[in-house]
Design a protein around this ligand. Structure first.
Ligand SMILES: Nc1ncnc2c1ncn2[C@@H]1O[C@H](COP(=O)(O)OP(=O)(O)OP(=O)(O)O)[C@@H](O)[C@H]1O
Ligand SMILES: [Mg+2]
Length: 232
């Protein structure tokens, strides 16, 4: 089957600083993959390379078999890839509703409308006219997820969604992500929180020294072995 997203020997840098040295990663339609690795190893850079905010200096990126690495900017969204960025990136001067409508021009056809997002997260409907930044961390994460869903993606990339959230909220996030996965959307989950990863991902890849150093099926890996491979 053709991969939905495929990175092959991807190299990337910021200025002169080389961060990725040949990353291989493939995600099939509907698949749930975790990208792991210690702080600062380059996980977000993988996303930035896809979104062309880091400079790709080698390798190929393909979506449904077609190379996208030579196309400009917002292409990922129009090709069905939506990102929930690290730190949520809620626009402070916009209301919740305005944040949700932000990417309206890039939306694909699909089940996710404003009403559907409010159905998933009723608190966002209740507070739709308040500034996004007036929300709690967990609610901001819902907003960031809702904003990504508004694009009707085939692949949802979440960059450390549990960061800064209380454990009980992380559990709620796990339920939401499992429900979303059941709708058939593929998920690339970048996380340090291994319990959330276990709940969601079928496969994992560990990033180390600019490349994928270990990969496999979640069901077949020992938790401690995985934790230690992340630290090296
Ligand atoms: N815009 C940038 N300009 C220059 N260097 C950067 C930039 N963004 C990140 N870096 C550097 O690139 C390296 C990889 O950063 P990146 O954010 O991809 O790591 P990460 O694995 O996502 O880390 P974390 O787990 O802390 O989110 C780090 O050394 C970081 O300091
Ligand atoms: Mg990061």
């Amino acid at each position: 089957m053709t991969a939905l997203l495929e990175l092959e020997r991807v190299e990337a840098r910021y200025g002169a600083a080389r961060i990725l040295n040949g990353v291989d990663l493939a995600i099939a339609p509907g698949e749930r993959v975790a990208l792991l690795g210690r702080n600062g190893v380059g996980k977000t850079t993988v996303v930035n390379t896809l979104l062309a905010t880091a400079v790709k200096c080698g390798g190929e990126i393909r979506v449904r078999g077609e190379r996208i690495d030579r196309l400009a900017g917002h292409t990922a969204a129009t090709l069905g890839i939506a990102v929930v960025p690290q730190g949520r990136k809620i626009l402070p001067n916009l209301s919740i509703q305005e944040n949700l409508k932000l990417a309206a021009a890039l939306r694909r056809k699909g089940p996710w409308t404003l009403d559907a997002v409010y159905g998933l997260f009723p608190i966002l409907r209740e507070r739709r006219h308040t500034p996004g930044t007036a929300l709690s961390g967990g609610q901001q994460q819902m907003l960031a997820i809702g904003r990504a869903l508004m694009l009707n993606p085939e692949l949802l990339i979440l960059d450390e969604p549990s960061e800064g959230l209380a454990p009980v909220i992380v559990d709620e996030l796990g339920v939401i992500l499992r429900d979303l996965a059941a709708t058939g959307v593929a998920i690339l989950l970048i996380e340090q929180h291994l319990r959330l990863v276990r709940d969601i991902a079928e496969r994992y890849a560990v990033l180390s020294k600019g490349a994928v150093s270990a990969a496999g099926r979640m069901a077949e890996v020992d938790q401690e072995q995985l934790q230690s491979s992340i630290m090296h």
